[in-house]
Design a protein around this ligand. Structure first.
Ligand SMILES: Cc1cc2nc3c(=O)[nH]c(=O)nc-3n(C[C@H](O)[C@H](O)[C@H](O)COP(=O)(O)OP(=O)(O)OC[C@H]3O[C@@H](n4cnc5c(N)ncnc54)[C@H](O)[C@@H]3O)c2cc1C
Length: 490
């Protein structure tokens, strides 16, 4: 008899969802392997903002997840339904049509039900008030589909999942890294080789679920798959996601899937540490650039800062910044928008001046070119009325790149600048899974006994990503993987 019915590798949102799902689907002995020590547990999930992108049709549906939100002034009035078609349209637009049609369909159609399942197990949610929401005339205006986050963000989500797993009788081993998948003579995955403080051991399992993240923390793999300058990128989350699960699966013939040359990367403070800081978590993000401009060291703008709301551009603009000279840029704002900057800007000190020429002289860039760019921008600034809660169509005229929305003049002192770089969040390339979250082989047949979820799933995200989809995908496919692994145990 196997040592465990189901072994789950990893201890983030996806893996813990899988373990709880396996347990409730009849697996009595479920083991979670966490490579990190207990004080570093929880993967990227711990560092996350806890935002979940959920398709829903009515305000009542959303209030079931957020029972106390009625008490929040202006909350109910500001909710706009986010039907499945809107989620699908956003995912298709973000990925230039490349998202895996079957997997994305499942992600979208199961998103609300899975959030309810999490809530039923004890995950509490709260309004994602500080992530792009804007209060106008007493009403909170939300970025599309980005209303719900786990109570206390990623720290809270991780803590709640561990509590739920422990209460369900799931065994969790820390400091225990999976290093190889074991197969029987029929090719069925029947266990894992692990390394812990006492050495190397085999653990026999009825089925194995991989939920151990991407390769974002592995500099060599970043250089190999993403190319320069990604080997130098700061990592926004855990140092433990080194591509171990992907390597183990590829070694036994799993099918690589999705955009292996792509990743999620966001504008973060240039002062951020090389890996995620457990105190700051996602507070190094700098996502208010739609209300200002970004200049590189040559003193030039390089993206359309107002292309769309930040949660639809942030995941690609990290890469755009990292690819500028020195891998850095400045975000520049005037006083008119100071109150719109996300609260997390307070974790670094801006460079401030009363005049634009004075400001650029304080920055490490080509001063003349920067001033020329800012003056050109001001001459090209849009007319109409500025509205931070929607793409307002206030676009520049005659400059390249354009700024398509929120292109107000920078004319009201004091002016402020924040230096930013691009921080990698997670890699997009992963494994091909089927509708049961079972991993397919390069022969396009399911590998018996092997399931995957979370960042390890390839195909959903290409080039860009709608904010809040990573945790939702982890929960949806974690739940499916755990349930099928429990039913499938040998
Ligand atoms: C700063 C930041 C903010 C974010 N904000 C959001 C957000 O608000 N909304 C959203 O949807 N997404 C967000 N994301 C992305 C999101 O966190 C991830 O997509 C999601 O947490 C991935 O979950 P996962 O379970 O697949 O992986 P992880 O949570 O990274 O878990 C992987 C686990 O595997 C373990 N592991 C690795 N190798 C091994 C091994 N060999 N053996 C055993 N264990 C191993 C790790 O230690 C870890 O426990 C954010 C990410 C970061 C870094």
């Amino acid at each position: 008899m196997a040592d465990y019915d189901v072994v789950v590798i990893g201890a983030g949102n996806a893996a813990l969802a899988a373990s709880v799902s396996a347990r409730e689907s009849g697996a009595e002995r479920v083991l979670v392997l966490e490579k990190a020590p207990e004080e570093m547990r929880g993967g990227n999930t711990y560092y996350s903002g806890g935002l979940f992108r959920i398709a829903f049709d009515t305000t009542e549906q959303l209030l079931r997840l957020l029972p106390r939100a009625r008490e929040l002034e202006g909350f109910v009035e500001g909710i706009e339904p986010y039907p499945a078609e809107s989620f699908r349209a956003d995912l298709l637009r973000m990925t230039n049509g490349h998202t895996d049609p079957e997997l994305s369909q499942r992600l979208i159609s199961d998103s609300y039900d899975t959030a309810c399942w999490m809530a039923a197990h004890g995950i509490r949610f709260e309004p994602a008030i500080s992530l792009g929401a804007v209060k106008l005339g007493g009403v909170i205006k939300w970025p599309k589909g980005a209303i719900v986050r786990a109570a206390n963000e990623g720290v809270g989500l991780s803590r709640m999942w561990f509590l739920i797993a422990e209460r369900s009788g799931i065994n969790i081993r820390y400091n225990t890294a999976a290093i190889r998948l074991l197969q029987n003579s029929q090719g069925r995955v029947c266990g894992v080789m692990v390394r812990d403080s006492s050495g190397i051991h085999e653990i026999q399992a009825g089925a194995v679920v991989l939920g151990c993240g991407g390769f974002e923390a592995n500099a060599a793999w970043r250089a190999q798959y993403l190319g320069r300058p990604w080997d130098h990128a700061k990592v926004r989350g855990t140092p433990h996601n080194q591509g171990d699960g992907l390597r183990m699966a590829l070694e036994i013939g799993a099918l690589p899937w999705g955009q292996w040359s792509g990743c999620h990367a966001t504008p973060i403070s240039a002062e951020a540490p090389p890996f995620g800081d457990r105190r700051l978590t996602d507070k190094t993000n700098r996502l208010s650039y739609p209300y200002g401009v970004m200049l590189n060291r040559l003193g030039l703008r390089f993206v359309d800062e107002g292309e769309d709301q930040a949660l639809f551009t942030y995941a690609k603009f990290g890469g755009a910044i990292l690819n500028q000279p020195g891998g850095v840029a400045y975000q520049i704002f005037d006083h008119k928008v100071a109150a719109l900057l996300e609260p997390r800007y307070a974790t670094s000190e801006p460079i401030v001046a009363q005049r634009l020429d004075e400001l650029v002289r304080k920055l490490e860039l080509d001063h003349e070119a920067a001033l020329r760019t800012l003056n050109e921008f001001n001459r090209a600034a849009g007319c109409g009325s500025f509205n931070p809660s929607i793409p307002d169509g206030m676009a520049t005229r005659g400059i390249s790149p354009p700024k398509s929305n929120w292109a107000q003049k920078l004319d009201t002192p004091p002016f402020s600048a924040y230096q930013v770089t691009g921080g990698i969040t997670f890699s997009f390339g992963g494994l091909k899974i089927d509708q049961r979250a079972q991993v397919l082989s390069t022969a396009w047949t399911p590998i018996p006994g092997l399931y995957a979820c979370g960042e390890m799933v390839g195909g959903l995200f290409h080039n860009n990503y709608p904010g809040g989809s990573g945790l939702m995908s982890g929960a949806v496919f974690g739940r499916i993987a755990g349930a099928n692994a429990a039913r499938d145990r040998a």
